[in-house]
Design a protein around this ligand. Structure first.
Ligand code: UTP
Length: 307
């Protein structure tokens, strides 16, 4: 089974990061010295996926600029013997082929994927949501592709979530357990209550999908009401029809960078694992704790940065 194409939907509003995301894409949030989207691209390349389709919009031009080569900057850095500063982006720009598809309005992840219909013929393809940053021993997309080839089917990545987070997630209804990590999916349940949840295995933003997703999306597009076309509903529909869909409980962690607090959480967690930053982060927290904060409180607001 040939799987070469990777779709990176990056045309969302990023409303939870406004006003920052008004002109800087959320996908360009810094995670130390690299923007968020770079992690999904590096994971793809490590999984032998080089054929990128990035769903974008008119306020996200920075994404394409970032993934281009930068000859002027390279020349300056060369003069200063600092070429190594661009090695990682230069590698991505030269290794991948990047196509940009414009989504005119943020009408949901399903709508973004539907734009891919004319670029996918009969092959399975991968999808990576750039705001899900994955840390795992092996590249997660590579693991999903292995299972997709083995089962000749669609595969979703899942991780266990506590009851308190079920209402923010889409979880799988298990049709059949193949092993401790692999399940055949019966359907998906979006934002269930703990009482109604069919499992606590939540879908994270890495998928291998078959082209059968397109008729499912098209059907929902004409039958669902609302402003957004959700992807989970189309996958659920496919699993309930004839298409086999599997879920793989991967080893590792997904940082879902959907809010400023979760971005900070990812930075602290990743920083504490990194020898270059760990000691400094602990010191910063200790120093900050020791600093008197009475003048902050006088402002009478917890939104201390807003004027
Ligand atoms: P999210 O729903 O998590 O992000 O989409 P968002 O819509 O950008 O942010 P909020 O909800 O307004 O705060 C997951 C991924 O799908 C892309 C987003 O860019 C993000 O990378 N997406 C979402 C699209 O490409 N198009 C859409 O219409 C919606």
């Amino acid at each position: 089974m040939d799987i070469h194409k990777i779709v990176i939907p990056a045309a969302g509003l990023g409303s939870r990061f406004l006003p920052y995301s008004k002109s800087v894409p959320k996908e360009m949030l810094p995670i130390f010295h690299k923007p968020l989207i770079q992690y999904a691209i590096e994971e793809s390349i490590a999984s032998n996926l080089y054929n990128f389709f990035i769903i974008t919009n008119k306020s996200k031009k920075l994404l394409a600029d970032y993934l281009d080569t930068a000859p002027d900057l390279e020349a300056i850095l060369k003069e200063r013997s600092q070429e190594q500063l661009l090695v990682s982006t230069d590698r991505l720009a030269r290794l991948g082929s990047y196509a940009y598809i414009r989504q005119q309005e943020p009408q949901g992840l399903g709508h973004a994927l539907l734009l891919m219909q004319s670029y996918i013929s009969k092959e399975h393809f991968c999808v990576a949501l750039p705001d899900d940053l994955i840390v795992s021993p092996d590249p997660l997309l590579q693991q999903l592709i292995r299972i997709a080839r083995q089962e000749k089917a669609c595969v979703l990545a899942v991780q266990e979530v506590p009851n308190s987070l079920l209402g923010e997630n889409t979880v799988i209804n298990i049709k059949k357990s193949i092993s401790r990590e692999l399940f055949q999916v019966g359907s998906l349940s979006h934002q269930p209550t703990p009482k109604d949840a069919p499992s606590n295995l939540a879908v994270v933003g890495r998928y291998v999908l078959s082209p059968k997703i397109f008729p499912a999306l098209e059907y929902l597009n004409t039958h669902l009401e609302g402003h957004e076309l959700p992807l989970h509903a189309a996958i659920s529909q496919m699993a309930q029809d004839s298409e086999r869909v599997f879920a793989y409980k991967f080893t590792g962690t997904c940082f879902h960078i959907d809010t400023p607090l979760n971005w900070l959480r990812a930075l602290v967690a990743l920083g504490l694992q990194n020898p270059q930053y760990a000691q400094h982060i602990s010191e910063i927290i200790n120093e900050t704790r020791a600093t008197p904060t009475a003048w902050f409180n006088k402002r009478g607001s917890t939104e201390i940065m807003d004027y």
